[in-house]
Design a binder for this molecule. Structure first.
Ligand code: G3H
Ligand code: ZN
Length: 283
């Protein structure tokens, strides 16, 4: 079965490493992520956004992830990424997800708290851990774009309230990272991160993990980040390999000859991230 989200993150927080959430877009992503986790002896979180879920189908998603988790000897978690409503959350739990993110960050604080608490109350009865979000993370994921002016950093005192009043098991505070590839040089708000850590005490999650310099990743981990989400860098590696193969071979027609090497390209990225996050040899 799937591993405990809370246990895996708290071990990272205690021991100064972060666990990667790698987003799943198709079978090849899933295989690449879990194979590398196994090879690196690392716990791993499979992230599935609502868009990816629509693309793969909810039942296929859970069945593939279950097959991977059963085969693996390292902890594997199936996590809903940026869940947008109570209804979606319940649907995913019924289908077999092992943990949940509820993203009500676009609502005013009181509503974020109320919506997040509703999800936590239901999830905790069922033994499901919950990640919440505060502030708005910029950039694009699926079809949702948050532009720079709209993106706003999490306020530490509000983070404390969100955690205390909802009981969330992990918090994703917006600290200046962004989803997608076009973020220029990210300026992470480390002071704010440290304050949020001090006021909340829960494992913190860094979204928009693609394209952040290694030193900044290490610093974020040292300040309480114990989960880092990566999707775009894997998507770029996958697509670059597909493009290379198609450009170099006008006759190729077997999808396995295209997607197999693309899967290997994802493995390289995931391996690099796992070592950077320090979650290797922790399982
Ligand atoms: O929730 C998913 C991640 O935050 C994706 O971030 O687009 O920088 O890889 P990324
Ligand atoms: Zn995200």
């Amino acid at each position: 079965g799937f591993a405990s989200f809370k246990e895996v993150l708290n071990d990272g927080l205690k021991n100064g490493y972060a666990v990667g959430q790698f987003n799943v877009n198709n079978l090849e992503f899933l295989q690449a992520i879990v194979e590398v986790a196994e090879e690196e002896r690392s716990p791993v979180i499979l992230g599935v956004s609502e868009g990816a879920m629509k693309y793969m189908g909810l039942e296929y998603t859970v069945a593939m992830a279950k097959a991977a988790a059963e085969k693996a000897s390292v902890p594997v978690i199936l996590h809903l990424d940026h869940g947008s409503s109570y209804q979606v959350v319940l649907k995913c739990i019924r289908a077999g997800f092992s943990s949940i993110m509820i993203d009500a960050s676009h609502y005013p604080l009181e509503e974020n708290i109320a919506k997040t608490k509703q999800v936590v109350d239901a999830c905790h009865v069922l033994g499901i851990d919950v990640e919440g979000e505060l502030g708005r993370i910029g950039g694009t994921e699926d079809d949702l774009t948050v532009d720079e002016r709209e993106a706003s950093l999490a306020v530490p005192e509000e983070a404390q309230r969100l955690v205390q009043e909802t009981g969330i098991d992990a918090l994703a505070p917006a600290i200046g990272s962004a989803h997608g590839p076009y973020k220029g040089k990210p300026e992470l708000a480390f002071d704010r991160l440290a304050k949020i850590r001090d006021l909340t005490g829960v494992p913190l999650v860094l979204h928009g993990g693609s394209g952040i310099p290694d030193e900044d990743i290490r610093k974020a981990i040292s300040l309480g980040v114990s989960k880092i989400n990566v999707n775009t860098e894997n998507q770029i590696a996958f697509t670059a390999k597909v493009r290379e193969i198609l450009n170099n071979d006008a006759k190729v027609y077997d999808p396995r000859k295209i997607l197999g090497p693309a899967r290997e390209a994802i493995k390289e990225v995931v391996r690099e991230k796992i070592r950077l996050f320090g979650s290797n040899n922790r399982a």
